[in-house]
Design a protein. Structure first.
Length: 447
């Protein structure tokens, strides 16, 4: 056990002399839905009260649809197409209502602090943007997490649930790949360990911090990708050698399919890191894909539990693989487009062609959900929302014949059998199919 873990144990034992049970270091993550209004914030506090003997690192996302609202503000600021200041005022009113509900007549301090943030955002609306949209995205959209954590931490202290606020923009070190920043792990570990140790020494056993955001060596704010708060929780857990991580969601745990597309879903009570990584890679929405690898490396279990019913069992992701193949899992991706490129000169598709195609997709930020090539063509499937088909055709028309099909759906089945294949392909025409021993992937068109 390293120095930091010894330190935490020492502090815990000092604070819990009467209770002989050793405290734990837990990392919690609460998403936007769990702090969407005042009642939701109160519920978060009630959940934290359930762990009176533990040190808690609590990672929180922006409230409700705040990230979407900030993206709209960014767009209005960037292209001067809308009333940027009006959008800022609407967002401020949303948070002001939550503050008034939580604090009543005692809201002056937190209201004043956030007023400064919103005034700075409104002033930005009149400034000229830089020449880098993704840079501006990170500076503006990251404020959602700052605002939400200021409110939650102030509320906890108002109900005598002692807590401190940790600025992730000071401790999560990244490179400058805007909107998809990569973690500088050594620097992050040093900053997080020092800051957390300092806060725990003040007898604040709850530390509130932000998901989704970090900073460059120059001090500019970065973001880790949409839904990156899960990853933030894993970063804190990894560098602090936490005992466990819990992601609190509005679902009972990790299900074998999305209830929006599938009836009679089943709770996956216990699966391995390996299985969860596969599901996340193929698009399971419950877990951010980058969350699991750091936890797997240090064998830190990840719990997925319901903030609506915190007493329910939920799911746990851990090292054992004994339960992985017992229940088939289904991942549905709707509104897909399948694109095929064939060289005009009848040549084979070789490395040079793939390099050219991949370079274009990377340049345009297009993520392939599935790909397949034959001797004379290369095909890939992606979300329709991320691709400009006319632009792609224009780019490749001199060298390739471009064909596409839409609207399609992509279904991935882990631990499939003939019955599960039949179940998802009823009234469908399969356009593309790939199978391994454990996974079947089908691109389909409604008949």
């Amino acid at each position: 056990m390293g120095y930091f873990r010894r330190f935490i144990t020492k502090i815990s034992r000092k604070a819990e002399k009467v209770n002989k049970n050793q405290s734990m270091l837990r990392v919690f993550k609460f998403g936007g839905a769990s702090v969407k209004d005042a009642d939701a914030v109160r519920n978060v506090a009630d959940i934290l009260k359930r762990f009176p003997n533990d040190d808690l690192i609590v990672v929180i996302s922006a409230m409700g649809k705040t990230t979407n609202a900030l993206e709209a503000i960014l767009q209005a600021y960037w292209d001067k197409s809308g009333d940027c200041k009006k959008l800022v005022e609407n967002l401020k009113a949303f948070h002001r209502d939550i503050i008034t509900d939580l604090f009543g007549s005692s809201s002056e301090y937190i209201s004043t602090e956030l007023e400064i943030l919103f005034n700075e955002l409104a002033e930005k609306c009149t400034a000229e943007p830089s020449d880098n949209y993704h840079f501006e995205y990170d500076q503006i959209v990251s404020l959602g997490e700052v605002i939400s954590t200021k409110i939650v931490q102030a509320y906890l202290n108002s109900i005598e649930l002692s807590s401190s606020w940790l600025d992730a923009r000071k401790v999560i070190a990244t490179n400058d790949k805007w909107r998809e920043a990569r973690i500088e792990w050594d620097s992050t570990k040093g900053k997080v360990v020092t800051s957390v140790k300092n806060e725990l020494s003040k007898d604040n056993r709850i530390i509130i911090s932000q998901g989704f955001i970090g900073h460059t060596p120059e001090g500019f704010t970065t973001t880790l990708g949409r839904e990156g708060s899960d990853f933030s929780a894993a970063i804190f857990a990894y560098v602090l050698d936490a005992d466990e991580v819990t992601i609190w969601k509005d679902v009972p745990g990790m299900l074998n399919a999305d209830p929006k597309w599938f009836d009679n879903t089943i709770l996956l009570e216990k699966i391995s890191f390996r299985e969860a990584i596969e599901l996340a890679y193929f698009g399971a929405s419950v877990i951010h894909p980058r969350t699991l690898q750091p936890l797997k490396r240090k064998n830190i279990p990840l719990y997925i539990k319901s903030f609506v019913n915190p007493e329910s069992k939920g799911s746990v992701i851990q090292s054992s693989e004994e339960n992985d193949s017992k229940i088939p899992s289904f991942i549905f991706k709707m509104d897909q487009v399948l694109i095929s490129l064939s060289p005009i000169d009848f040549s084979f598709v070789v490395e040079e062609n793939l390099e050219e195609i991949f370079a274009y997709l990377n340049q345009e930020g297009i993520r392939m959900n599935i790909m397949q090539n034959s001797a004379v063509s290369f095909s890939f499937c992606c979300d329709k929302s991320v691709i400009d088909i006319d632009r792609l055709i224009t780019h490749f028309k001199e060298s390739y014949i471009v064909k596409y099909n839409e609207p399609l759906e992509l279904v991935t089945i882990r631990h499939y059998d003939d019955a599960t294949i039949k179940r998802v392909t009823t009234d469908k025409r399969v356009i593309l199919e790939q199978r391994t021993r454990e996974t079947a992937r089908l691109v389909m068109l409604n008949i």
